[in-house]
Design a protein around this ligand. Structure first.
Ligand code: NAD
Length: 254
């Protein structure tokens, strides 16, 4: 198949349903010739994913809260599919009660959980991919972040802090994986209505506010985010390292 990702195999982590950013990335990368390997969090997500993909799609369970689960998933992928050219990490979680009101209400446990799933998991994923020699030379890791890492967005709270840690993790990982010719970058996506976003208190206001601030009054689409992901996975982006690329139709400018 032709396209900028012809002959590339890419792992996509974090498809919950057809609204997921990970699904938008998978679709665009497939359009560019990539073979996609999916990981899912649990059986519920597996059933949801199976409704979207063809019967012969490669699906592997991977709960990023658990090192053994990551190690098992990547070991199995290497055995079944071989080494890969990239990983898309589109995973975040915080308790609903931590995503509203004042940041002063954030509990120690809630803070740690958000950091663990939404930021540390990128380091764990990169670590097992590296130690299991899952990644080809060159290859690319892309994660998804949000502007709430830089600005105090209403209700985003503990997730904004986790995204700041995630973006810093991108830079340190990019430095330390450079020798292996693995690029690590983040896409800072504009707000789109997904399962994760509906966990934020007042998410309808957040989505409306974000849409109003785009340059043309239209929210960014999954296709647009996926297109940038395809570029970052391709050899066209070998000079882009440790960066955060906005795909938000200008919201961060205004
Ligand atoms: P989503 O709900 O569709 O996807 C979130 C995914 O995280 C789900 O597939 C879920 O199974 C997975 N996940 C959560 N805990 C996990 C665990 N322990 N192990 C494995 N997987 C786990 O929502 P989304 O909005 O597509 O989120 C994808 C990424 O994009 C997240 O990092 C999110 O913060 C980021 N993002 C979203 C927006 C937005 O407006 N939707 C904007 C910028 C960035």
């Amino acid at each position: 198949m032709s396209g900028i990702l012809a002959d590339k195999k890419i792992i996509v982590m974090g498809v919950a349903n057809r609204r997921s950013i990970a699904w938008g990335c998978a679709q665009e990368m497939e359009r560019q010739g990539a073979t996609i390997i999916y990981t899912y969090q649990n059986d519920r997500m597996k059933r949801s994913l199976q409704r979207l993909v063809s019967d012969d799609a490669q699906l592997f369970e991977c709960d990023v809260a658990n090192d053994e689960s990551i190690e098992r998933a990547f070991t199995d992928i290497k055995e079944v599919v071989g080494s890969v050219d990239g990983i898309v990490h589109a995973i975040a979680y915080a308790k609903k009660e931590e995503l509203g009101g004042s940041i002063l209400g954030v509990s120690r446990d809630g803070y740690a959980l958000a950091q663990n799933i939404s930021a540390y998991s990128l380091i764990a994923v990169a670590k097992y991919a590296q130690t299991l020699k899952l990644l080809n030379d060159p290859s690319s890791i892309v994660t998804l972040t949000y502007f709430g890492s830089e600005r105090a967005i209403p209700n985003y709270n503990v997730m904004g802090i986790a995204k700041a840690a995630l973006e810093a993790s991108v830079r340190y990982l990019a430095r330390d994986m450079g020798d292996a010719n693995v690029r690590v970058n983040a896409i800072s996506a504009g707000a789109v209505k997904t399962l994760a976003v509906t966990g934020i208190n007042g998410h309808a206001d957040l989505l409306k506010m974000s849409q109003e601030r785009t340059v043309d009054g239209q929210s960014v689409s999954l296709k647009e985010i996926g297109g940038t992901c395809a570029f970052l996975m391709s050899d066209l982006s070998t000079g882009v390292v440790g960066d955060v690329i906005y795909v938000d139709k200008g919201v961060h400018l205004i």
